[in-house]
Design a binder for this molecule. Structure first.
Ligand SMILES: Nc1ncnc2c1ncn2[C@@H]1O[C@H](COP(=O)(O)OP(=O)(O)O)[C@@H](O)[C@H]1O
Ligand SMILES: [Mg+2]
Length: 361
């Protein structure tokens, strides 16, 4: 006889079958807690009551108010961490496989049921459920950590960009003014004047470079005017720097997107442009922003040399991996398509299902 707290819900409308299952359970387990439900509605009410905290659900597949796949799906939705074992009178292998793929932990034919097989299935089911729950929690923690790391990096970049822009920029401008007043002093010869002019021009270049570095670290635009303006700026800089043409089509007005989603979408675009400049050999890029299924859809396509499926799948390359991670972080879908000599296309879709990310302005 096995001890241990077993909290079991048997969903079965046939009293004979229920009696059999109960008998089998009592044969193996010392004082199990067994509750019964004779319909889907009754089971749902019991499951919605947190108080019960079932470990395992034994489910008959033909109930008066619901049957089959639909019943399985609906029970799984309210199962709240309990393992679900299907007990059925019908032998249908493909149906069994399908129900397992939905997340059921076992599929047993009533004809083949014995007290031991039921007990084993129950124990394995509970253990598997426990492992899956632990895995899901660990995944959640990992994502949470990635999110915090991401935020910390962005905050730090923002801080450095501000320092560069405000402190350094001010100092250089101050220096420029001093040189201008020096140049105005009458006692200088023309040689000295020429040198000062050269210095001022160097300083101007340094100021521009600083501004550019600061913008690349953290575009002020994204905080002031939002995502679309920042992407436009990105495309403009890209054209200037590389001489590669960039056609931009924007079909929608800018939706209100959470800051975190905004910055991640921007970083994905930034990586796409950097890759095009570095690797593609393209002569033209097409950037489209539109709305598809009421979500935000961005596609960036180049007409460059593309890459093989193999290169695309190489998970070691940080840039592409990072794009996927960022998309994952904000619940967006990303599709990277490429073929040799056919160019590369990045498609990003931020759906409305991620309600914290998007809403119409
Ligand atoms: N637009 C593109 N066109 C052609 N090849 C690309 C493109 N983007 C990426 N690649 C290829 O994929 C590889 C991985 O890219 P990525 O992960 O960003 O790493 P990195 O840019 O640091 O090399 C690149 O080295 C390049 O060979
Ligand atoms: Mg890269």
């Amino acid at each position: 006889m096995n001890r241990g707290e077993y909290n079991i819900l048997v969903i079965e409308d046939n009293p004979g079958d229920f009696a059999l299952v109960e008998e089998f359970l009592l044969e193996q387990i010392e004082s199990p807690r067994i509750k019964s439900a004779k319909s889907y509605a009754e089971a749902r009410d019991l499951l919605n009551d947190q108080f019960h905290g079932f470990d395992v659900i034994l489910l008959d597949l033909s109930l008066p108010d619901k049957t089959g796949i639909l019943l399985i799906q609906d029970i799984l939705e309210v199962a709240a961490g309990a393992a679900v074992i299907v007990l059925t009178g019908y032998s249908d292998l493909s149906f069994g496989v399908k129900s397992l793929s939905l997340g059921v932990s076992d599929y047993i034919l009533k004809d083949e049921l014995s007290s031991l097989s039921l007990y084993k299935s129950l124990v394995y089911g509970i253990e598997r459920r426990r492992i899956i729950t632990a895995l899901e929690e660990s995944e959640k923690r990992a994502r949470n950590f990635a999110q915090q790391l991401n935020n910390a990096v962005e905050e730090e970049r923002k801080g450095i960009a501000r320092e560069i822009h405000d402190e350094f920029g001010q100092q250089l401008s101050g220096l420029k003014m001093l040189l201008a007043s020096l140049k105005r002093s009458t006692s200088l010869g023309s040689d000295a004047e020429t040198t000062i002019e050269a210095m001022v021009s160097d300083l101007d270049n340094s100021i521009l470079t600083l501004r550019r570095i600061a913008s690349e670290l953290r575009p002020v635009l994204i905080d002031k005017l939002g995502l679309f303006a920042a992407i436009e700026w990105l495309a403009g800089e890209f054209k200037k720097k590389t001489g590669i043409g960039c056609d931009m089509y924007v079909d929608i007005s800018q939706p209100t997107i959470g800051k975190m989603a905004e910055i991640n979408v921007f970083r994905i675009c930034q990586e796409a442009f950097t890759n095009i400049a570095r690797h593609s050999g393209a002569t033209n890029v097409t950037l489209k922003i539109s709305n598809e299924d009421e979500g935000l859809f961005i596609s960036i396509a180049d007409n460059g040399k593309g890459m093989t499926e193999e290169a695309l799948q190489k998970n070691l390359s940080m840039g592409l991996l990072n794009m996927k991670e960022r998309a994952n972080l904000i619940g967006a879908e990303i599709d990277i398509k490429s073929a040799p000599e056919k160019g590369t296309k990045i498609e990003l879709k931020l759906g409305i299902h991620a309600e914290e990310n998007i809403s119409s302005r």
